[in-house]
Ligand binder design. Structure first.
Ligand code: ZN
Length: 168
């Protein structure tokens, strides 16, 4: 078992290695992170992540990752106006948002809106608090990516567990 951390740009060679997507800013929480930003420690690329599926215990979460423009992470840190707590940071201002802070949320929305199409699907373990495995998302599957919370009946449009090699 190797502990090499694999850059998001070299996932095809990732057999036996852990994705270097480690630092996380949490935007939404349901028993654990459901959306936010993940940063590749090897190349510094920041991704907007959205949960597309989870297991029944809410332990193993499947995220879609869409690249954000350079500078997005700094913009987010500036926006929250509090010291970032790495590797996993749930900003205090989001945990207990004031009315004044809610009124500023469009600033965060504008950063999020700059994300590109999703390019990676990632399995993330809540207890271990780290990425388990990551795979590139072929462009034909982009239309299948939908936030779990936007699904009509809780059934994802695609079997992401099978795609990542997990049984449900
Ligand atoms: Zn990378």
């Amino acid at each position: 078992m190797t502990t090499v951390n694999c850059c998001c740009k070299e996932l095809q060679d990732a057999t036996g290695s852990r994705p270097a997507l480690q630092r996380m800013v949490i935007f939404d929480w349901y028993d654990g992170p459901t959306s936010g930003i993940l940063v590749c420690e090897e190349c510094g690329t920041a991704y907007l992540f959205v949960m597309v599926d989870w297991d029944k215990d809410h332990e193993l979460r499947i995220f879609s990752l869409a690249p954000l423009p350079g500078g997005s992470l700094d913009a987010v840190i500036t926006f929250f106006q509090e010291p970032a707590k790495w590797p996993i940071w749930f900003p205090e201002r989001l945990k207990v948002p004031t009315a004044e802070f809610r009124a500023q949320m469009d600033v965060l929305d504008r950063i999020i809106d700059c994300a590109g199409e999703p390019t990676i699907i990632l399995a993330w373990n809540r207890s271990a608090r780290n990425a388990v495995v990551a795979k590139y998302l072929p462009s034909e599957l982009i239309p299948m990516v939908k936030s779990w919370f936007d699904l009509e009946d809780g059934h994802p449009l695609y079997d992401w567990f099978a795609y990542m090699g997990f049984e449900r």
